[in-house]
Design a protein around this ligand. Sequence first.
Ligand code: BTN
Length: 333
Amino acid sequence: MASLPGTTDRRIDALLTLLAENSTIVISGAKIAKEIGVTRQQVWRWIEQLRQLGVRVKGHPRTGYHIERVPDILVPQMLSHRLYGTPFARRIFHFFKIDSTNSVAMQLGESGEPHGAVVLAEEQTAGRGRAGRSWTSEKSAGIYCSILLRPPIPPAHAPLLTLVAGLAARDAAAEELDALPDIRWPNDLLVGGRKFCGILTEMHAEPDRIHYAVIGIGININQSKMPADLAAIATSLRIETGKAHSRFELLIRLLQHFDRYYNQFLADGALPVLRRFAQVSSYYEGKRVRITTATESFTGTTAGLEPSGVLRVARDDGRGVEAVLSGDVAEAS
Ligand code: BTN
């Protein structure tokens, strides 16, 4: 299995887990040092490093340490405990800072990492969006997560994987919102008409077989405002609800829902996925849209999904119903 440079030191992970799991007591530096197998001086240095990242740890080497509030850092060891029984518990790669979690997950796919690996970052310096756009990834404000899959399906069914991811993210976020989130095909999540979650699926495949697929999910959670150029079209859960949300809990729910939809898809095929999409997306049918593909732009009305997950649009120009494989979908008047 692959090991990766730049991932968060497993022992910092263990230190945070230890402090968080003992949040009601003061634990001595010596005890921590013994448990995670480093010197007391190293414990002190890491505690200082965590403080600089905003983790509120009280105390010093003589009295022992005590965490004031369990930090909302996506600590692999704690995530792994909570995801027990899913394929995502086994290999979680965490970075404080990385260019793009999708790039890392694609490299892992290439080097033979098994199905279910999860790559997480507190901050991305070159987060990627669809159609060559970038994804703004403010430090510790959102979820920046990529899931590596080795799905036993042909590439033609890959749009269904994208729908599965959108449904999982939608269900996880719905529990945090007062208003119901919408899904703009294939998988932009919107609330009040503004986007708070985007998904980028990339894969390496042959005509009849997917070697690996990476599902990259970005969710705006605790941003208190969006950059000026995005404010009209993008939002965060915090902006919508006026309160902070736990990224940790939301990520767990996201991966649990993903596991459920993915297994259902493998066991029962596309139908349950398509039915669920029809229930929760206003874009499924009867929506006036403008479609922009690499070659053209046209308006029409949505007319359901093909069994492969592709969007059907009845064109205004009289050229019948078009199956839209990929492209930008915008609401049209
Ligand atoms: C979109 O354009 O809507 C897709 C955005 C996908 C962003 C996520 S953040 C985690 C993962 N890493 C990336 O570089 N992109 C995806």
